[in-house]
Design a binder for this molecule. Structure first.
Ligand SMILES: Nc1ncnc2c1ncn2[C@@H]1O[C@H](COP(=O)(O)OP(=O)(O)O)[C@@H](O)[C@H]1O
Ligand SMILES: [Mg+2]
Length: 316
């Protein structure tokens, strides 16, 4: 059974008279990366600031490791490590000096723990360099190391991949997955990009206009926005000839992109049969087939935008 670490219960927040969060409830478990996904202005940062103790809540409650922040704020917050804005780092000091400095302000963090977190975020060979020389990705990783020093059960990062290059994003993604899956930490990350959440998270909660419209596993999320159809890209030496041979795909589900590229849409449950059928037909009829692969699903991002744009209802 998964252990519940963060429980957000019927959270409401107002800025002045304006209600920013409407009855938000969800929980995150030990050992998972939970993605908090929604467009800009949806309320992600506000929710996260409340969960890390930077903002107060108006109604509802948040429990961390079973402790209510309303009843025992210090006790609850002690289990959280977080980066909401950029991590506070001293540029003229090395990564190690930064961690030591931070450790001095907290109780019970020894050198062994510092070395452990450095290892966890993969900064071992650069830890004695000045932070001023770090890439953004390395600074972000040092921030994660700092947030982990006190053994939090819950790690919260607000849009941690913003501004990172693809290598930096992958590096951070691998670290966060490792922290969840190997160290059994509950990791909560926010993002406005579905494509990113898809790769990083085990479950995703979607927020728009201050309302949580669904919590799903990544697989459920993908099929709920993509439906049951898959798109395949096919490269051949002669599109016209090839498409005419694809008599097992209906006309509306196949189209010529250019002289050598075709796109087809196939139902998930039939995909093996149809795709292998096409390959066989093409090759045995003298068409040169050089690529047949599921296409990178950009449509997914579009479908997600569609769902969140109109602030609309529950997702299927
Ligand atoms: N301090 C504040 N005062 C008033 N409104 C705010 C404040 N902070 C955020 N908001 C508003 O709350 C809404 C949610 O913002 P935010 O939580 O930052 O969204 P997200 O992080 O999902 O982009 C936005 O409409 C934003 O303008
Ligand atoms: Mg934000």
């Amino acid at each position: 059974m998964a252990t519940s670490i963060l429980q957000i219960e019927n959270l409401n927040k107002y800025f002045g008279k304006r209600q920013i969060l409407h009855d938000i409830s969800f929980e995150t478990y030990a050992g998972e990366v939970f993605g908090f996904l929604g467009p800009n202005g949806a309320g992600k940062t506000t929710t996260i600031k409340i969960a890390v103790g930077l903002l107060s809540l108006d109604e509802g409650d948040i429990k961390i490791n079973g402790i209510s922040i309303k009843k025992d704020f210090e006790g609850a917050i002690a289990h959280v490590g977080g980066i909401v804005e950029n991590p506070e780092l001293y540029k003229h000091m090395s990564g190690m000096q930064n961690l030591k400095q931070y450790a001095r302000m907290r109780n019970g963090i020894d050198q062994k723990r510092i070395d452990e977190v450095v290892e966890l975020v993969g900064l071992k060979n650069r830890i004695n360099d000045r932070v001023g020389k770090y890439s953004l990705g390395m600074r972000q990783r040092l921030g994660v190391a700092q947030a982990l020093l006190h053994h939090p059960k819950l790690l919260i990062l607000d849009e941690p991949t913003n501004g990172l290059d693809p290598a930096g994003i992958k590096g951070l993604r691998d670290i966060l997955k490792n922290l969840a899956h190997e160290e059994n930490i509950s990791v909560l990350v926010s993002s406005h990009l579905m494509s990113e959440m898809e790769l990083m998270c085990d479950r995703v909660g979607i927020i728009t206009n201050g309302k949580l419209i669904g919590v799903k596993t990544v697989e459920e999320l993908i099929s709920s926005v993509a439906g049951d159809m898959l798109t395949y890209k096919i490269k051949v030496d002669n599109s016209e000839k090839a498409i005419a041979l694809m008599d097992n795909v209906s006309d509306e589900n196949k189209k010529i992109i250019d002289e050598t590229h075709i796109e087809i849409i196939v139902g998930k449950e039939m995909v093996d049969e149809i795709v292998s059928g096409i390959a066989y037909k093409l090759v045995t009829n003298g068409v040169r087939l050089s690529m047949l692969c599921p296409s990178e699903n950009r449509k997914l991002e579009d479908a997600f935008m569609e769902i969140t744009k109109n602030g609309g209802g529950q997702i299927a």
